[in-house]
Design a binder for this molecule. Structure first.
Ligand code: PLP
Length: 273
């Protein structure tokens, strides 16, 4: 049992979602991806806060009883028998005959769990390329509508890169599924929070670690050219954690190795999880 849909624990292959489900037809919903280390969801309250924030932003009413939602998560984790896993949670505007207007029906809640594998390129770092940020104006919402992200990531993948770094008005915003940082003169620089990026939970952790370690954490936008001149680059997400970037298009950064600050952050992050 590794999935849940509206009150029932199921197998992910079971056919349970009705054709008129709004997540399926409109992408009318929001989601979270939460990593569970040794049975404990990492930064769970922060993820749930963001889920409620995203839902509120699209006028979707999730049951305000957070403990009910958490109980379902823990029950699914327990039923899966897994201890290291990725928990995906999705809430949509429910099941109703297709019509753009909001239906009058309960929201749908679905969850899946999957064992996670640590990405092995972590030590040596990965490559990224740039791609125009073609998304909408509300990227702070963790919405199901990921088509621009998917197209950008696929294009990067076909060119041999792990991630596409999105560029809007000449400035880096974030990755298709990650936040982006450069290190210059021993200071970390990353895009400030705004409607243009997702407020990453891993970003919060990195900011805390940096402040505690006395590493300057500057929230300021930078250009692709500035990124190419950086001493170190890394990206973060729940599933990639802190990923060193050692190649930006053709340019090899830091002689192809994770930089000192990136490695320090990775070490301290490993102690937290
Ligand atoms: N930015 C985008 C667009 C994302 O989709 C994600 C996560 O998938 C992130 C940033 C990183 O967020 P988090 O650290 O909460 O996983």
């Amino acid at each position: 049992i590794t999935a849940y849909f509206n009150g029932t624990y199921i197998d992910p292959a079971d056919l349970v979602v009705p054709i008129d489900e709004r997540g399926h037809q409109f992408g009318d919903g929001v989601y979270e991806m939460i990593r569970v280390y040794n049975g404990t969801p990492f930064m769970l309250e922060e993820h749930i806060d963001r889920l409620y924030r995203s839902a509120h932003a699209i006028k979707l009413q999730i049951d305000p009883d957070r403990s009910a939602l958490k109980n379902t998560m823990f029950e699914l984790i327990q039923k899966s028998g897994l201890t290291n896993l990725d928990l995906y949670v999705q809430v949509t505007r429910g099941i109703a005959p297709r019509n753009h207007l909001f239906p009058n029906c309960p929201v749908s809640v679905s969850m899946t769990v999957k064992p996670f594998r640590t990405i092995q390129i972590g030590e040596n770092g990965a490559g990224v390329t740039f791609y125009p940020d073609e998304r909408w104006q509300n990227c702070y919402i963790k919405s199901l509508n990921l088509l621009p992200n998917i197209l950008a990531k696929q294009s990067a993948h076909e060119d041999g890169y792990l991630e596409a770094i999105l560029v809007r008005d000449g400035k880096v915003t974030e990755g298709t599924s990650s936040n982006v940082y450069m290190v210059k003169n021993s200071a970390i620089m990353t895009t400030p929070l705004s409607k243009q990026i997702l407020s990453g939970i891993t970003r919060m952790a990195v900011k805390d670690i940096a402040l505690q370690a006395g590493i300057p954490f500057i929230e300021q936008q930078f250009t692709p050219d500035e990124m190419l001149q950086a001493d170190e680059i890394f990206i973060t997400s729940t599933t990639m954690e802190i990923m060193p970037i050692v190649r930006v298009r053709e340019k090899v950064m830091n002689m192809g190795k994770a930089g000192a600050i990136t490695s320090t952050l990775r070490g301290k992050f490993n102690e937290l999880k």
